[in-house]
Unconditional design. Structure first.
Length: 707
């Protein structure tokens, strides 16, 4: 098989990638070259939907901002939080666990004092990963550590004062019963079966569920089975041996799982050459692995070359005969008359003939320039990664190792349409032979469809500088809404569909702010924002992470509020009571029943269950404000209806807004400002702004009585 033949299927892939790299009308060129390296083919390019080894959870202890944090992972996991919350720390912990140095600015095999939480070197750094859904081959390969359907790996670093560093060591961990340790120690020491039986009999007296066993193997099997069936009685024990030494075991684990990390900004060192261990290099090799097979042809070529090599060596053996005789004569003269000497060619064909397959290196460009990926801007480099990921999402061979992809701030260097496309591509990739972990500041990557996969990281309000992690459960949200509404829980699938419709990008931003203010519509935003600006409190609102979340109707407020509760986000909700509530006819009575239900639901979710949902006064607490009628009407009554009417006329005349609805947000804000400039004030609106700011700064610790 000629190298040129191998280039044909690769070229087909690069044609596909080139199409994916053309943003708009920009001319983008992609070329493929073959350079030294090794690429293996593991089968046809088909999707794999079978269960594969996956990362189930990661517990991070005493590492940077994570004093003790556990993060659970799905096929697609989105890490969100403010700057400095700890998102990058989670990815850095995975780099330490997998000893992945490419794209990592700090060492991963030896930690510095700054890597310990608050420089507390009295405790070790521990990073514990739990893997699940192992295949039969994976379970067999890791059987010494596979317990209770889980594989647990731990990276531990103890501070050494002498060297001023903490070397990272890898361990396999298993859930075992410590009471069984004497039996296993005796077995490892080679004790007789009779002695093992004595220990086993004592164990059966304590654990009556242990099966009878007479042989060494039968006793061990019974002990293992008992551990499997009684996980609650087990404790996590590090293996006496380092986890396959990791330097030796890495390839063994890599056979089943490949960690690829895409950093937010590539380091200058990695920019110089697209090495195989960079994110671009690893993704590129993975993309074409299913198409090109160099192993077979190279093995054939190697075998033939070894034969020819042996012939050449044999043919040249005579050249050493004369040298051997001359040296033997000198040796007899100077050492011993019976001395013998013979010189032969020594060659090991296996070592002498070494052939490695090539690796693919991409050249991309714009217009007339085509060059190495590192010569192009970050935006085009990221676009290339998107194209590779899109190709990977179409499917991979079953034999390929499962991909665990960590992507830091994927929205960088992407226009909004490209960011949306990348988010979709990553989610599609996660539905195949891959797990995807993104750390992001963009709502595009926190879709309603994958809302359960969002992990919110923030600094603890109690433990300064320590990260906490929360996640949402659709079942818990459904149960919370059911309790608040007084009806049976919605099916999670139905709830998820509703949330996906509601949580458009503007609503999804509640995940990224410190103080989401949930409101019905733009009227509320216009008036509250106007009050904050006119009272010089807007900067404080922004400093607290304030952000308005429009639900587009009171009925839609309950779901985002329930989600905020689950994620421990300090939300504040403002809504209209929509009174007065008449009983004149059936339509009025139905409106009253609906408002009573919706108002009561929001009050219960805001921990104010005893308040009157049909109150004719403003109801306020540390988490909500309900207007007896509407916010707009309350403000107008505070400022005076006649003054409001005159301000409205002046603004409409000045701005030419005579045909604009009185509910228009810009018009409301302008009218409010005009009334303010004429000396009018709204105590109710001023109070809700103070309550919102107090919620953000946690100044109110208990509900305020309805006023």
């Amino acid at each position: 098989m000629e190298v040129a033949d191998c280039e044909k299927p690769v070229a087909r892939y690069f044609m596909t990638l080139e199409e994916g790299l053309r943003p708009g009308n920009s001319e983008v060129t992609l070329q493929m070259g073959i350079v030294a390296g090794r690429v293996r083919s593991d089968g046809a390019h088909i999707p794999s939907k079978e269960s594969r080894m996956r990362l189930k959870s990661l517990r991070i202890q005493n590492f940077r901002s994570c004093r003790d944090v556990q993060v659970d992972f799905d096929s697609y996991t989105c890490l969100v939080g403010a700057n400095g919350a700890g998102k990058s720390t989670v990815l850095a912990a995975l780099n330490v666990l997998f000893r992945h140095a490419a794209g990592t600015p700090t060492p991963v095999v030896a930690l510095a004092e700054e890597d310990f939480t608050l420089r507390d070197t009295s405790r070790p750094v521990e990073i514990t990963a739990t893997f699940a859904d192992l295949t039969s081959d994976e379970r067999e390969d890791f059987k010494a550590y596979f317990r209770q359907d889980r594989l647990i790996i731990k990276a531990v670093a103890h501070w050494d004062e002498g060297s001023r560093r903490a070397d990272v060591k890898q361990f396999g961990a298993r859930l075992v019963m410590r009471e069984f340790a004497p039996w296993f120690r005796s077995k490892e020491a080679g004790e007789k079966v009779s002695d093992l039986k004595v220990i086993y009999a004592d164990l059966r007296k304590v654990h009556v569920g242990l099966a009878a066993a007479a042989t060494r193997d039968a006793m061990e099997e019974a002990l293992r089975s008992f551990e499997e069936a009684n996980a609650a009685l087990c404790s996590l024990v590090d293996s006496e041996d380092q986890f396959y030494g990791w330097s030796k075991g890495e390839n063994r684990l890599r056979k089943y799982l490949q960690w690829v990390f895409v950093p937010a900004v590539k380091e200058a060192v990695s920019e110089q050459s697209e090495a195989k261990n960079t994110a671009l290099g690893e993704l590129l090799q993975r993309t074409i692995r299913a198409t090109v097979d160099f192993d077979g042809p190279l093995e054939t070529l190697k075998a033939a070359t070894e034969v020819e090599y042996a012939k050449i060596v044999t043919a040249q053996q005579s050249a050493l005969r004369d040298v051997s005789l001359a040296l033997e004569a000198r040796l007899k003269r100077w050492a011993h008359p019976d001395a013998r000497l013979n010189i032969e060619w020594q060659a090991d064909p296996e070592k002498a003939v070494a052939l490695t397959g090539p690796s693919a290196r991409a050249s991309i460009g714009e217009g007339g320039f085509v060059g190495e990926v590192s010569r192009l801007g970050h935006g085009l480099q990221r676009s290339f990664i998107v194209a590779l990921l899109q190709e990977l999402s179409t499917g991979e061979p079953k034999a390929a190792p499962a991909l665990l992809l960590g992507f830091e701030e994927p929205e960088l260097y992407q226009h909004p349409p490209q960011a949306r496309h990348l988010a979709s591509t990553l989610q599609e990739l996660a539905e195949g032979n891959a797990q995807v972990i993104v750390a992001t500041h963009s709502p595009f990557f926190a879709s309603g469809r994958h809302f359960e996969s969002v992990r919110v990281l923030r600094k603890s309000a109690i433990l300064v500088d320590e990260t906490t992690c929360t996640q949402v459960s659709m079942r818990k949200v459904a149960d919370s809404l059911a309790d608040a509404l007084g009806t049976r829980p919605e099916e999670p699938s139905a709830l998820l569909a509703a949330i996906e419709q509601i949580l458009q990008p503007s609503q999804r931003e509640l995940l990224f702010c410190g103080l989401p203010v949930l409101v019905e519509g733009e009227e509320d935003v216009a008036l509250i924002a106007a009050q904050l600006r006119l009272s010089d409190r807007w900067d404080e609102f922004r400093r607290l992470g304030g952000h308005f979340v429009l639900a587009l109707g009171k009925t839609n407020l309950s779901r985002p509020l329930a989600i905020c509760n689950e994620l421990e986000i300090p939300a504040y909700v403002v809504f209209d009571g929509d009174g007065p509530h008449a009983d004149d006819d059936e339509k009025s009575r139905e409106n009253k029943r609906r408002n009573e239900r919706d108002n009561k639901c929001l009050m219960r979710l805001a921990e104010l269950p005893e308040a009157d949902p049909l109150s004719e006064q403003v109801v306020r607490s540390f988490r909500l404000t309900m207007w007896p009628t509407t916010l707009s009407r309350t403000v107008q009554e505070d400022m005076g209806l006649e003054l409001w009417r005159k301000s409205s006329e002046r603004v409409r005349d000045a701005l030419g807004l005579h045909g604009v609805s009185g509910k228009n947000g810009l018009l409301l804000a302008a009218v409010y400002e005009d009334a303010w400039n004429n000396g009018a004030r709204s105590p109710a609106l001023a109070q809700v702004c103070e309550d919102i700011l107090a919620r953000g700064s946690s100044k109110l610790a208990a509900p305020v009585s309805p006023s």
